[in-house]
Design a protein around this ligand. Structure first.
Ligand code: SF4
Length: 437
């Protein structure tokens, strides 16, 4: 039997698809490529925007067209938020909610025996325990591996559907995380990226206090040559005092994704983001006092309902003041089922486009300033690949700067998947070229 998988959306979904592939393999299945014929097709869907819902439905139809006799399983966020629509689709045989992924092989067996549509989706309020899918043994790519540490979010930002798709906060058992980390390190992965729906909430379900620092401490104590990166930290959860706890871990990369979403307090209130710009800037100042070249990446939404031009200019000013190493600019997209979808003063598409173009330009300048500030410094780089044409090896520095070093192919072969200290000397492509010291 062959199983094929399609994944939409974020890194958490990609991680979960990897875990699912390993589950199916352990049941004796061969894993088919997305465009190969298969007996079972699993679509791990996304629901972050109305467009993501549509793409999820299109992928289901596409799979069915390619494999008319296969068992079609739909899981992931859209299987949760759009469960009745998915259940009604003729193409679909099994609907499995976000907390039922580990049971999918069992559900497939049930379907093959009975040939009756299976619907296994709980209401999001009832998603009460972490759905442990077992250890993920390998990731695509050779240097970096993701580890899911947490599920769910209880912040309910007004534009976000995620809490309705993923349910309340559940942390993965520490022993399962440590086992997976150790296995990945022994397999040669040099960077572990801790990921989850809202990783800052790890361990907070009992007393509301985040315990990410305790987990990082435990992972740090595993023997081996590796570093740890955080996929993101929510300023809706952490503050400038908490971030200091993370500075004591030598293995932790000097890079954090800290979503600001808007530079305007007025819009942050409407978004129900639970911090204001003074608090956000305090976190940034604390980080920069620790390491002035600490990499900070962020997300900003333009055209949120009620965003006046002066609110938008506050976002531009934020990008101008803080040298982010990368800014992801999103145009606000209405998402049915969220409070923001019903807000008055929705912004016309043309205004959103104009604001997005302007902010992208400001973001490019911000990133260029960050690159320039790093010239003349030394950073630890994990080498990932070799470019034959340019005779350079490239990798990411701990602070998210892309670094390049001239090298012959033979030397590069040995350097890939190892760390090197690089003196960063001059701008090159999207990063900085330097020399090994
Ligand atoms: S913190 Fe807000 S934006 Fe992030 S997942 Fe939770 S509700 Fe969504």
């Amino acid at each position: 039997m062959k199983a094929a998988f399609a994944t939409l959306g974020c890194k958490v979904n990609q991680y979960e698809t990897q875990a699912l592939k390993e589950l199916f393999r352990s049941e004796g299945y061969d894993i088919a490529a997305e465009d190969e014929p298969a007996d079972v097709c699993v679509v791990n869907t996304c629901s972050v925007t109305n467009m993501a819902d549509r793409k999820s439905r299109q992928t289901v139809r596409h799979f069915k067209k390619m494999n008319p006799n296969c068992v079609i399983v739909v899981t992931g966020c859209y299987a949760q938020t759009g469960k009745e629509t998915v259940r009604a689709m003729d193409e679909v045989d099994i609907v499995a909610g976000t907390n039922e992924k580990s049971r999918i092989p069992e559900l497939v067996r049930g379907f093959i025996e009975e040939r009756k549509k299976i619907f296994d989706v709980l209401e999001y309020e009832k998603l009460g325990c972490f759905d442990e899918m077992g250890i993920v043994e390998a990731m695509e790519g050779r240097t970096r591996a993701y580890i899911k540490i947490q599920e769910g979010c209880n912040r309910f930002c007004s534009y976000c559907i995620i809490p309705y798709a993923r349910g309340n906060v559940r942390s993965r058992k520490e022993e399962d995380i440590l086992k997976e980390a150790e296995l990945l390190i022994n397999r040669g992965y040099k960077e572990l990226v801790l990921t989850g729906i809202n990783t800052a909430l790890y361990g907070s379900e009992d007393d509301g206090e985040p315990k990410l620092h305790i987990l990082i401490d435990r992972i740090s104590q595993i023997k081996g040559d590796f570093r740890i990166r955080l996929s993101s930290l929510e300023p809706t959860v952490i503050n400038s005092e908490y971030i200091k706890k993370l500075f004591e871990f030598d293995r932790l990369c000097h890079h954090v994704h800290l979503s600001v979403q808007s530079g305007s307090d007025n819009i942050l209130r409407k978004m129900k983001r639970r911090y204001d710009m003074t608090e956000y800037r305090d976190i940034v100042t604390t980080i920069k006092e620790f390491d002035e070249n600490y990499g900070i990446t962020t997300d900003i939404i333009v055209g949120f309902p009620g965003e006046e031009n002066e609110d938008f200019l506050d976002s531009v000013k934020t990008v101008e003041d803080i040298d982010f190493c990368k800014v992801h600019v999103f145009k606000y997209s209405r998402r049915g089922g969220t409070p923001a979808d019903k807000m008055p003063d929705q912004i016309p598409p043309q205004t959103k486009n104009e604001r997005s173009d302007l902010l992208i330009k400001a973001a490019e300048m911000s990133a260029a300033r960050f690159v320039d500030r790093n010239i003349g410094t030394v950073r630890s780089v994990l080498f990932e690949e070799y470019d034959n044409e340019k005779s350079v090896i490239t990798g990411l520095a701990d602070n998210y700067i892309r670094a390049y070093v001239e090298m012959d192919e033979e030397t590069a072969k040995n350097a890939i998947n190892s760390f090197g200290n690089v003196l960063l000397e001059k701008r090159f492509l999207d990063g900085i070229k330097g020399i090994l010291i």
